[in-house]
Design a protein around this ligand. Structure first.
Ligand code: NAD
Length: 480
């Protein structure tokens, strides 16, 4: 009896999506891999039908069944009302880890040709600013919440090391902005430094994200795997794809506990859609990552090698530098199919083992603190008063409270007590109240009572408790 074929949900997507997805499917089918495709709708057509998420119910059901998706790019409609179908997919199936590998490809001319770049960005994919929790706090001041969890950091760090081991890689850098964002970006740095010793075969190093960008432009060959937060990873991975030939060559995997989604880094390229001009390499290499993920390692190697051999043979698509007679998407695809079974002279297949994916813990993940203390509260208010006048008013409102005004900041800069700095003010203040007697116990009721007094006179829009966990202040100090 022939073994059952592994079902894959395929989302052709928008713009050049159907063209590059067709190319990948033809190549995968020609490898003889035991896979079967279920094509489903998502993106522009679904939005046009009034499905606000861009992902129809039938598509979700197919993904729940198959657990593996090969997808083309999905357009994000500009304007209000519709969400990004890409973000919906990532969140719905909690694909927490975005793996974006790039490497030097034969014949793909770049500023770094000959330096054998082979870099993987492992990007946290669901937390951080991309959760998109935003508010207009006043008519003129916007806020975005950057939430980073210990659980999210652990999973992405473990995934980065597991991926490095599976690919026989030597080093993992953790790139953060922990010098400024000590609590959020710092949580990834600390988690990385805590977990790294569990992987003694891999060299580990923390690097600041801005330096990482600089080093990637100057000496990119020093990097192997880079693990980073969501937004940093989004930006860095476009940078690394630029180092190796551009978006047409950059594949990616979105790894989840249950479902994994494989797609090119590029978008729907509306400027070249339907013209048989798109470079299918990124989607084809995403297909190879998918094949490896489902245990079709030989087919994955065959696809990668056939792409390399095709490029070595000099075939070029229109997006490549120095091309005068570009191949069409179909010609390129046919060439890859005819090169299946051949081995690249410059980049023979690598050895891979299965990625030991971090397991997910069921239920609510709790990080315990043995001791907690409440020190005060930050109240965000809207006011057109100058800081000194505002402080005097707030002092009066807090006379009967166990809390006293400690400082006021405007866009992060201390404006009370008076600072030497000249700050251009907006009508949005953070007012920090702390205990008059730090040894006493502060209650929620006392905070609410102060909020009532302040709120009776000013519009407030946000309140943040000042807590201490195990003797450590759980809030940032002011930026003087
Ligand atoms: P894009 O990646 O679609 O295009 C940027 C440029 O790169 C264009 O000039 C395009 O022609 C070129 N390009 C991209 N892929 C190519 C390929 N395979 N071959 C040859 N040239 C290629 O970025 P954009 O224009 O900013 O976005 C267009 C749409 O795609 C937007 O609606 C955006 O939201 C969406 N998008 C989707 C995804 C996704 O589904 N994962 C990712 C990025 C953007």
């Amino acid at each position: 009896m022939t073994p059952a074929k592994r079902k894959i949900t395929v989302l052709p997507g928008d713009g050049i999506g159907p063209e590059v997805v067709e190319a990948a499917l033809a190549i995968i089918q020609a490898t003889g891999a035991a896979v079967e495709f279920e094509k489903c709708e998502a993106g522009a057509r679904a939005f046009q039908k009034g499905i606000v998420t861009g992902i129809p119910k039938e598509t979700i059901q197919s993904i729940e069944r198959t657990k593996v998706v090969l997808k083309g790019p999905l357009e994000t409609p500009i304007g209000h009302g519709n969400r990004s179908a890409n973000v919906t997919l990532r969140t719905l199936f909690e694909t927490y880890g975005n793996i974006r590998p790039v490497r030097e490809l034969p014949g793909v001319q770049t500023a770094f040709t000959g330096r054998q770049l082979d870099i993987v960005i492992v990007r946290e994919n669901i937390e951080d600013l991309y959760a998109g929790i935003e508010y207009m706090q006043t008519p003129g001041v916007a806020e975005s919440l950057k939430l980073i969890s210990r659980e999210g950091c652990e999973k992405i760090v473990k995934l980065a090391f597991a991926f490095a081991i599976a690919e026989g890689r030597k080093a993992v850098h953790c790139a953060t902005k922990a010098n400024i964002l000590k609590l959020t970006e710092g949580l990834l740095q600390h988690t990385f430094e805590e977990l790294a010793p569990q992987y003694p075969s891999i060299t580990s190093k923390h690097i600041l994200i801005d330096n990482a960008a600089h080093q990637l432009a100057m000496r990119p060959e020093q990097f192997d795997v880079i693990v980073t937060t969501n937004m940093n990873g989004d930006i860095l991975s476009d940078l690394t794809s630029g180092l190796t030939g551009g978006l047409g060559f950059a594949p990616s995997a979105n790894i989840g506990n249950d479902v994994s989604i494989f797609e090119a880094v590029h978008g729907s390229a509306p400027d070249i859609a339907g013209k048989n001009k798109a470079n299918p390499t990124a989607l084809v290499l995403s297909g190879a990552m998918m094949l490896r993920h489902i245990g079709e390692g030989k087919a994955a190697n065959d696809v990668e090698q056939a792409v390399l051999v095709t490029l070595e043979g000099g075939l070029r698509t229109s997006d490549m530098i120095g091309v005068d007679k570009p191949a069409t998407t179909t010609e390129f695809t046919q060439a890859v199919i005819s090169n299946l079974g051949k081995t690249s002279k410059l980049s023979p297949p690598k050895q891979y083992t299965k990625v030991d994916l971090p397991s997910s813990r069921p239920g609510v993940n709790v990080v315990e603190a043995n001791a907690r203390k409440l020190n005060g509260v930050d109240i965000y208010i809207e006011s057109d008063l100058e800081p000194k006048a505002l402080a005097s008013e707030l002092d009066k409102l807090a006379t009967s409270s166990p809390l006293k005004l400690e400082m006021i900041t405007n866009r992060g800069a201390v404006v009370f007590p008076a600072s030497e700095r000249k700050v251009s003010l907006v009508d949005h203040y953070r007012c920090r109240f702390v205990q008059r007697d730090p040894a006493s116990k502060l209650s929620d009721a006392e905070i609410v009572s102060l909020l009532g007094a302040v709120g009776g006179n000013y519009r407030w829009m946000h309140v943040e408790k000042l807590q201490e966990f195990d003797g450590e202040k759980a809030y940032s100090k002011s930026q003087v």
